[in-house]
Design a binder for this molecule. Structure first.
Ligand code: PAF
Length: 287
């Protein structure tokens, strides 16, 4: 496995791989790799012959009061996981290389960050879009994969790629869950055994929401029921949304396919999850 630290070295290795006819796949990560990342790696592996994992805790996507300093970092373990999972190159740039002191160009989407997590984390998606575009420009991948747990992030990146005519495929990969249904996340390690048990209510409430939607319940009733079900989790609910899958705009009725997304603070972690839903099958029109 090749290890590249500088953007120039990473670009050189990828250019050489491309000239040997390789198809390049990129899995962008912030490290602290877990089962969810391993699934991203294996999905990308299936379709690419040169697999790159980037590990970079991106300061531009953390708010001033967020956990940038304490975000879990374990490069040695991450490198082992990459090696064991057939990664061809690991890219671990420094903050100085990604954001030199005179850095001043950012990518900002106008509407998508005005929903869900974007409302609670101003500037977050500006930081995500900027670093992801930088990674795309350095690696020049044919394909990049992102987890569906961060549904808004995936939506933002797909939209950026479309708006800016980026020439790569963005693929969303299903969320990996623990036995209790909790979405696997680097931040789960902040939780105690009791908090982890309570966090399982996130998935249960989303499943109930999906069932209600399939039976024709209004969005307001779905959100009310989910909030009730989340009460015993003892956390602070940041949001529960029933929304369009692409624009992420709030909807009142679930007619076709839609999304339920939620964020709950179960101290000290802020957990997010979502579920794709479908309104009731349309009955044949009466004559
Ligand atoms: O999902 C993440 O780990 C990060 O937001 C990403 C996409 C690597 C950008 O820093």
């Amino acid at each position: 496995m090749i290890s590249a630290v500088s953007p120039k070295a990473a670009a050189r290795v990828c250019d050489a791989a491309r000239s040997r006819g390789k198809t390049i796949g990129l899995v962008p990560t912030m490290g602290a790799l877990h089962e969810g990342h391993i699934k991203l790696i294996s999905e990308c592996r299936k379709q690419c012959s040169f697999l790159v994992v980037s590990i970079f805790v991106n300061p531009a996507q953390f708010g001033p009061k967020e956990d940038f300093a304490s975000y879990p970092r374990n490069l040695k373990k991450d490198l082992r996981i990459c090696r064991e999972n057939g990664v061809d190159m690991v890219f671990t740039p420094s903050v100085k290389d990604m954001y030199p002191p005179d850095f001043e160009t950012f990518i900002e989407l106008e509407k998508l960050p005005g929903h869900l997590c974007g409302l609670k984390r101003p500037g977050h998606f500006r930081g995500v879009a900027t670093v992801v575009l930088k990674l795309f420009n350095i690696i020049n991948p044919d394909m990049a994969v992102f987890g569906k747990k961060d549904y808004q992030q995936l939506t933002v990146i797909k939209k950026m790629a479309r708006d800016l005519n980026l020439r790569l495929r963005i693929k969303g990969v299903e969320t990996v869950r623990t036995g209790s249904g909790l979405a696997v996340s680097s931040r789960n390690r902040y939780l105690s055994a009791d908090e982890l048990r309570r966090a399982a209510l996130l998935r249960k409430s989303l499943e109930e929401g999906r069932l209600m939607a399939s039976r024709g319940a209004a969005a307001a009733d779905i959100k009310k029921r989910i909030r009730e079900m989340l009460m015993p989790a003892g956390g602070k609910i940041d949001y529960v949304y029933v929304c369009d899958r692409e624009s992420l705009e709030d909807i009142k009725e679930v007619k076709g396919k839609a999304l339920i997304a939620l964020a709950v603070k179960i101290c000290p972690a802020r957990l997010i999850d979502n579920i794709e839903i479908q309104g009731p099958a349309r009955s044949a029109s009466k004559k």
